[in-house]
Design a protein around this ligand. Structure first.
Ligand SMILES: [Mn+2]
Length: 465
């Protein structure tokens, strides 16, 4: 368990107060087989369950009775048949004591508590499930078919969990710093490998997995390692790296206790950027740095995103790739040809923190509504920033041949785009730079004591030294 018993007791007390009535059911994750029952994927506890209990074991659930305050940790004790394979495991009672939970009960107690609540007309609050085994369990417990479970999930519970998990406490920030140190080691290793002879994307991907697993738990998401940076989620191929191209690496590590990091660097495989690469790279650097000066409590992250889009448009205009009035171009979404995603997302115990609870509930609110415009619609976090929020700052410029062809043929935003010039960049690839921002009382700062080099000169010096 990561934090003191009191931290978890306090979190549950706040949750109970925010939800108000009924019973709260939080499902832990189960082991998940991939080719036969005993061969399982790397186990990962559900983040909300982990946040409120600190317990990593599979096959657990938590029930909180909002009115009586009774909390029950549900799960079956393992017996000697399991212990011979796993070694001793803490008992249910030991885990409950460690988490400050008064009651324990076996799995069938979960069915009894839920059916009792239903029969007495009380609300049963659960979060939207994302694993199929949990959906089946929930169907057995509540009678709600999996296709209806997202809609039946409790908005009160979702909002309460978001309110608590979106604001990181000082002890959580320490853990995020630990994740950032893993990320630093991953990225600086990848950058140095990128300039070596005979290295492939897959080799770097494998080394990243190994660093993440040896320094923490595992990667916080499948690493993106690609010479085709314009493919937003380009996974590592066995292609050897080619001099002259750029290598985009978007990867992060997760601590043993489940806190993430998420960084992106784009390294010249030759060790130095060409002038054309440098022209585009420096725009992304300046956009990245702009977020650092714009993001602060009370400011909408959507406005930071738009400020970045305006700077990017201005600079692409200076290069001759865009034209016309900058504000009008951004309002029309013309820059989204180059930046079809948002500036960032919430980050914490999940690398896209809380995304499973619905982007609209996590990154938006009554005041800030999501956009349906191409590009801006992919901004996962738009609302006003609060002290303790952690969001990624990840601008990018991509030349996506299919998208360029489509917009050109349709004439989309042709008043703002110089397609003849853009055409010349179709073999360019893409650039993204990403770090994780903590919102502080006076502004924000990057997580990670040591910066992974990203200014062009620093990158070149770093990979060739
Ligand atoms: Mn990210």
């Amino acid at each position: 368990m990561l934090f003191s018993t009191n931290t978890y007791v306090e979190r549950r007390a706040q949750l109970r107060k925010l939800v108000g009535d009924g019973i709260i059911v939080l499902m832990g994750n189960n082991e998940c087989p991939y080719n036969y029952p005993a061969n399982t994927y790397k186990y990962r506890q559900d983040s909300s369950f982990l946040y409120f209990t600190g317990q990593h074991r599979d096959g657990l659930a938590l029930v909180i009775d909002c009115e009586s305050g009774v909390e029950t940790l549900i799960g079956n004790d393992i017996d000697i048949d399991d212990i011979i394979w796993t070694g001793p495991v803490p008992s249910m009672r030991d885990m409950a004591d460690e988490s400050g939970i008064a009651e324990t009960g076996p799995m069938n107690e979960l069915a009894r508590l839920i059916s009792l609540a239903k029969h007495t007309g009380r609300k049963v609050h659960f979060l939207p499930p994302y694993r199929h085994d949990i959906m089946i369990q929930l169907m057995d417990l509540t009678g709600i078919h999996p296709r209806d479970q997202r809609a039946a999930a409790s908005l009160d519970l979702i909002h309460a969990v978001v309110k608590l998990r979106n604001v990181k406490t000082a002890e959580e920030v320490e853990e995020l710093e630990r994740a950032a140190r893993i990320g630093y080691k991953m990225h600086t290793t990848a950058m140095r490998l990128a300039v070596q002879e005979g290295v492939t994307e897959a080799y770097i991907g494998g080394i990243l997995d190994g660093i993440a697993a040896s320094e923490g738990k595992h990667v916080s998401f499948p690493s993106i390692v690609s010479m085709h940076g314009e493919v937003l989620h380009g996974f590592p191929s066995p292609r050897p790296l080619e001099k002259g191209r750029l290598l985009l690496v978007d990867a992060g590590g997760e601590t043993r206790e489940g806190y993430c990091s998420d960084h992106t660097r784009t390294t010249p495989i030759s060790g130095t950027y060409t002038q054309r690469q440098r022209d585009i790279y420096d725009i992304v650097v300046d956009c990245h740095d702009l977020a650092l000066t714009e993001a602060r409590p009370g400011v909408r992250y959507m406005d930071v995103h738009l400020a970045v889009c305006r700077l990017m448009t201005e600079r692409l205009k200076a290069l001759g790739l865009m034209k016309g009035d900058v504000d009008a171009a951004v309002a029309a979404g013309a820059h989204a040809l180059f930046l079809p995603h948002g500036l960032g997302h919430s980050m914490g115990m999940d690398v896209h923190d809380l995304e499973g609870l619905g982007q609209i509930n996590v990154g938006y609110d009554e005041e800030t509504r999501p956009s349906d415009q191409f590009g801006l619609a992919s901004l996962r976090f738009g609302r006003r920033l609060e002290v303790g929020n952690v969001v990624t700052d990840e601008p990018g410029i991509y030349f996506i041949p299919d998208l360029i062809d489509l917009w050109r043929s349709e004439g989309t935003n042709r008043d703002f785009l110089n397609f003849d010039e853009i055409e010349k960049f179709k073999d360019f690839g893409g650039i993204r730079i990403e770090d994780d921002l903590l919102i502080t009382p006076d502004g924000c700062r990057f997580l990670g004591e040591e910066r992974i080099p990203y200014h062009a000169k620093d990158v070149e010096a770093f990979v060739t030294q």
